[in-house]
Design a protein around this ligand. Sequence first.
Ligand code: ATP
Length: 585
Amino acid sequence: MTTLSFLWKLTRYRKGLFLWNALAWSLIYLAPIVPGLIMKQFFDMLTGHALYSFGIGALIAFLLLSALARVGFILFGFMTDVHFRFRLGGLLRRNLLKHVLKEPGARAIPGSSGEAISTFRDDVEQVEETVSWSADALGMMLFAAVSCFILIRIDAQMTLWVFLPLIIVVTVAQLSTAMLQKYRAASREATSRVTGAISEMFSTVQSVQVAGAEDRVIGRFKRLNAQRREAMLKDQLFTASLDSVFSNAVNLGTGLILLLAAEKMRGGGFTVGDFALFVYYLTFVTQFIQNFGKFMTYFKVSEVAKDRLLALLQGADPQRLTEHHPLYLRGELPEPEEPVRTKKDRLDVLEVHGLTYRYPETGRGIEGIGLRLERGSFTVITGRVGSGKTTLVRTLLGLLPKQAGEILWNGEPVTEPSEFFVPPRSAYTPQIPRLYSDTLENNILLGIRPEGERLRRAIRSAVLEEDLERLPQGLSTVIGPRGVKLSGGQAQRTAAARMFVRDAELLVFDDLSSALDVDTEWKLWERLEEQRQGAACLVISHRKAALMRADRIIVLKQGRVDAAGRLEELLETNEELQKLWHREE
Ligand SMILES: Nc1ncnc2c1ncn2[C@@H]1O[C@H](COP(=O)(O)OP(=O)(O)OP(=O)(O)O)[C@@H](O)[C@H]1O
């Protein structure tokens, strides 16, 4: 997608608003034409060259009126501009966020969250700026055309001297854009790395303290800042140099005009009013040249911004970035849609054949996994640390992109696991639950409104009801960023309640019980048994409470299925399971 078509598609999102904006800014830029002509009239009146004769009072009234009209246009222009660019930025951020939330978890963003935030903030703002400046560019061009017409009629040669600097500036700007783009990309990259480091530091405070790595972390942060300073300096220096080229070219032109005008006035073919008009318009022509250069710079820089925005899409259709969707800026927000359960969603049997995923960085992962889950079954995946348990469930659920294998839901192939394995078909609790700084209730519900007793039942199944009584405001307790006000076990059970309240057909637990004491874990599995109404459970665990309950155990070793069967047989035949079992003892 070219930058021009990208910006054009965005502009079309609010055509009407853009037209109003373009009209307002055209009027703002055209407005100085009028006082220029009034001034010419005034000086020609003084020297007796005036075509029409007005009193001084009338001229002052004209000047005041034109100034007032310009103030009105500016007010209107700023209003349309703010509304227009806010919607454009909103659309871009909405489309990006929608894409990020739809991608499989492991692929959601290509870099760190800090880098993504910098793209959401700075690059979107850059694009807004460019589109908003296109209205200015239009207004400036109109002013150039009209003033040029008036000035050429007075003196064509002089007019050339006004516009000559413009041609120089445009050429210089064109020639240097490639370099500017390079410096801008480098400075944005360096800023992203600094933001990324800040977000990493905040999210790993405890690990840094435990490892005693404060000095090294700060050292790295300082190095990143030094790199950013260097990149920013180059970027700013180059931009400022380009600016000074623009303004000096214009100053040079001004000097030439003054020399030429003096000569012509002595000859008598040029009135004082003409001179006043040239000098007056020159100020605006200067602004025009500088601003037009600025617009061209913005245009080039927005190419960098566009590329960084597209990088967040990770190869998805670029058109997704500019698709037109409502933003709901006024009135009530639409209710989130609760998934409707259909007959096809019911799980009778889930089969997996030859499932493979290897992490590109380490070449480790899972290879050729097969499994079969029937309605109401309880399957445990077990194995040593690093044997591939988490990779298996994440690949099955589409949170990692499978590299080979087939997944069949009631015999039907699942083509997009990341879109398919969501409630009401499936719900998942990861090893480390993701909780938010909100109330416990909102953390469990995440926007849905369960009817009747569903929430209370989910809380009971997750063995959370006693904790609720002890929390100061029960379900309305705000649990702090990432749920820091909860214990590890409470956080895991909150995540479990979030899963249970969705009444899914397939419940996937990744080591849910790792932070639970033995009694609580027994209670949890027992209550789940009473409540789950035919849902199949896929549970990663090496704990006895889960293994003893399993209809089928799958033992993983180095990414492959080492053995599968019931506990009693495996305890006799499988060495891996024997070791895990005895370690538990
Ligand atoms: N993000 C990653 N990038 C590269 N390699 C990874 C990544 N995550 C895991 N691995 C590797 O893949 C293999 C399987 O990891 P996985 O997390 O699936 O094991 P696991 O059995 O779930 O371990 P645990 O019991 O610690 O949760 C391991 O060798 C691990 O080093």
